[in-house]
Each structure stands twice: as C-alpha cells, then as structure tokens.
Design a protein around this ligand. Structure first.
Ligand code: TRP
Length: 335
C-alpha cells in the first residue's frame, strides 16, 4: 500500500509570523514526522507573482520561509520540501489543466470575485488591475496538487474553494482522458488555533498586525508590548477569554501553564506582567530555532542546496506523471 500523500504550499510573500507558525508551520512539521504519510511542502513562488511585483521581496521571502521551516526542524528526509519554480512540470501541467478548466468555474473564485466587487464598489471598471494570473490562480493551484496526486491538502478555510476547483478540474480531465489524477480533499483542522494579532483581529500580513516569528529578542519584547489590552489596573480581575495576550499564551503554553495563567488573570495579574511572561514563554520556545534561522540566513548556499535536493525528489514524481499526461492528451513523439 502506498502512503497517503499530504501536500501544501506556502506563498512566498512576507515574513513568517507567529500566526503562520501556530496555524500552519507547526502542525505541518509535526505531521511530516508520521511514518504513514508522505508529505510534500513547497514554496509557492509562482503564486507569489500574483500578489507581489517586487522581485526583491519575492526573493527575500522565499529565502526567509525556507530558512524558517528548516530552522524549526522540518525533517527533509521524510518530507519532500521544494520550490515550485524548480519543478517545470508544474507550469506545463497547469496549461493542460487550463485547457480543461471551465471559464465559468473560474468566474466563481472568491479571490477574483472580491477584486471585481471592490472595483465595482469604487465605481471603477470591473477588471481594473485584475491580471490573468489572479484569474487563473486556482488552476495553478490545481496543478500543484494534481502533479503529486495528493490525497489531502491542509489549508485554511479560505482555500477550501480552491481544493474543490482542483477536484472539479481533475474529474473533468479524468473523464475525458482517462484516470490520471487523484481527487484531492481539503484538510481543515478545526483544532488549530487562529492566532489574534496586535489589534485583536486575526493575525495577518494584510492587517499589518503581526508579530514576526524570529524577531531579535529585544524587538520581540517590544512587539509583544504593543498587543492591545483594556484599561484594567493591576489587581483588577481580567477576562482571559477575550484577551489576545491570553490567546497567544495558550497557543504556546502547556495545559498546566494555561491553567495557571487563567488563574493569574482572575486574580488580576498586571498587563505588563502578563506580557513579560508571554515574552519569556515565546522567547524560550523559539530561541533555539531563531539561532538556527540566523545561521541559515547567513548561509544561503546551504538553503539552496537543500531546495535542490528537494526538487530532485519532487521531480522523481512529477516527471513520470507528466510523461503519461502528455501522451494522454496527444503530445508525444511521432513514431
Ligand atoms: N494558495 C495558497 C495560499 O495562499 C498557497 C498554495 C499554492 C497552496 N499552491 C497550493 C496550498 C497548493 C495548498 C496546495 O495559502
């Protein structure tokens, strides 16, 4: 029996923050240790071009995200860790899928529709600033997934629609050209924490409320001090369940530490003290990885080598599959 294949991509825009760590990176690294699963994790740099036209940022983010996953101990012997653009079979498959994907299906994609709606609300032309990259984004994502016949795709809720589109496209391809692709399923873990950011909303780069994962100690402390709290004084009881400080604490603490902090809140711990303890907890948890991260960032050659090994492993899967798919659609040598 071949192993279940789990695949997920990380778009290379931005610097990894605590929310990414808790919501995606930590569970992925844990899952990659399972012996019954073959995981594929990749840096979605072609996807980055949809949102970001600054070459320096795309490149820097790719490097930071790779260094982050490696520093946190991703086991690259178990997991296949690669960069999307190192696998040329993906964009080729993307084209073949594009020729099978219904335009009407793409018209319904949330990300595209949100841009159209924003344009119309502003009284602009519906298509203003919308590239074909944004429009076709779900097809590239389908190619990422189908290329490795992934069974499960761990994603946030916002991505479920894209996995359904990948299934749709795969089913249509299979129906027309024969069974080539596994129909993937989204894996949305309800237990994984969605971390709150500095302002109490979901921690997200688009809200500018993030705490970067590997800030140097002093800056980490400063950043944690910026978490918005209410005006309750020391010794006044505080509600743990509505507090961002507590919510972040919980994502890093053991059950016992969480119970202790809950108790401290009800006994009126001062905000300054709670934040100090939160800083110490996080600093303790990420300290070793931060050192590794800094060493990796200072040695980009090593990061590149690891990615090249990953690309080779990925292509051991993608090349033979693409070969079959090419033949299936009639792209083959004349004999
Ligand atoms: N679109 C995903 C996101 O923004 C990233 C991504 C690209 C992805 N390709 C993928 C996720 C394939 C899962 C599978 O989060």
């Amino acid at each position: 029996m071949s192993k279940q294949r789990v695949l997920t991509g990380i778009t290379t825009t931005g610097t990894p923050h605590l929310g990414n760590y808790v919501g995606a990176i930590r569970p992925a690294i844990e899952a990659s240790e399972r012996a019954d699963v073959q995981s594929f994790y990749f840096l979605a740099d072609f996807h980055a071009l949809i949102k970001c036209h600054d070459p320096a940022l795309v490149h820097q983010s790719t490097r930071e995200i790779a260094a982050t996953w490696l520093a946190l101990g991703l086991n690259t012997d178990n997991a296949i860790f690669y960069r999307q653009s190192d696998v040329p079979e993906i964009p080729e498959l993307c084209w073949m899928l594009t020729c099978m994907a219904a335009k009407g299906l793409m018209n319904r994609a949330h990300a595209y529709k949100a841009s159209v709606d924003a344009n119309l609300a502003a009284g602009d032309d519906a298509d203003l600033g919308i590239t074909m990259g944004l429009y076709s984004y779900p097809i590239l994502m389908a190619a990422d997934i189908l290329m490795f016949n992934a069974h499960k795709v761990p994603v946030g809720k916002d991505q479920i629609q894209h996995i359904e589109m990948a299934r749709d496209i795969a089913a249509r391809f299979n129906h027309h050209y024969g069974e080539h692709f596994v129909l993937p399923e989204a894996l949305v873990d309800e237990n994984v924490a969605v971390l709150q950011g500095l302002d109490g909303r979901k921690m997200s780069k688009s809200y500018g409320n993030t705490i970067p994962l590997f800030l140097p100690e002093k800056q980490l402390k400063k950043s944690i001090n910026k978490i918005v709290t209410n005006l309750l004084e020391p010794r006044q009881p505080k509600d743990a369940d509505t507090s961002t400080v507590f919510q972040i604490w919980q994502a890093f603490a053991t059950a016992e530490q969480t119970a202790q902090m809950r108790q401290a809140f009800s006994e009126g711990i001062a905000w300054g003290e709670a934040k100090k303890q939160l800083f110490e907890l996080i600093n303790d948890k990420v300290g070793d990885a931060r050192e590794k991260y800094e060493a990796l960032m200072a040695n980009p050659k090593h990061i590149e080598e690891v990615l090249q090994i990953g690309a080779e492993k990925a292509r051991a899967h993608s090349k033979p599959l693409l070969e079959k798919v090419r033949a299936a659609v009639g792209i083959k040598k004349i004999q």
